[in-house]
Design a protein around this ligand. Sequence first.
Ligand code: NDP
Length: 255
Amino acid sequence: MTNLSYGLTDKLVLVTGASRGIGRAVAVAAAVAGAELVITGRTIGALEEVDDEIKAAGGKATIVELDMKDTAAIPRLATAIEGRWGRLDGLVANAGMLPALTPVAHLQEKDWDESIAVNLSGQWHLIKAMDPLLRAAPAGRAILVSSGAAVGSRPFWGPYAAAKAGLEALGRSWAGESEQINLRINTLNPGGTATTMRALAYPGENQATLPQPEDITPAFLQLLSPDCEHHGALLAAREMLGLTAESRLARSRKR
Ligand code: NDP
């Protein structure tokens, strides 16, 4: 699919955590594909830079300062979207944070609370607030951004892994409740991607060996497309796009 063939022209797409990393790249790619964006995060200066990038690409975005821990602000955003557009065509629930990597038994309560608040509870508030707007769209699409940490065993990643596992379970329930309408809800694991969060988790790693955020945006655009047939699926961007270890190595040699 080329960018314009995703069928996103004039679709309204909300990307949370769009100020950097994967969210930023997805917002810009969706704008290039013709969508109008609502971009959120806590860092207004960084969102303004994303807005500039979107404008330079001929797109349009609205910036909203939003902390996912501010549970009253999330329904306020939904009310504002309802008033201005009356619908939401695409939701990319991407905002996330990585708490300190610590043994479960030594965790500080604040680290547990923040991970659950941002990575799980905030996502539920977002789903609850945006569900009616997605249903009001002719072909609503939602992507919940998860992680490989949600499954298997990852020592020291407890609060992040627990929140992402909870998010996946929430996504399965939400999708199961939305079978009869043209709403597609999927969970996407981006896989290790060169971002600030990844650098925090793996300091010293050569990020040139990883997919860049821009490399994985086609997986998001496919799931946002009105043609998307996945529903209730847990997908991996690398598998969707055939980003094998060999192709990554070849790319890092070119860089
Ligand atoms: P980054 O740290 O680069 O970006 C995180 C984004 O989330 C930023 O825009 C940040 O904006 C926003 N954010 C963080 N905390 C909050 C908060 N309290 N309220 C609102 N927004 C917040 O991370 P990535 O781009 O790497 O991660 C994006 C998603 O992908 C996350 O859900 C992450 O768990 C997931 N993921 C990433 C992987 C990777 O290898 N990079 C692998 C697997 C999953 P601001 O600071 O302005 O609020």
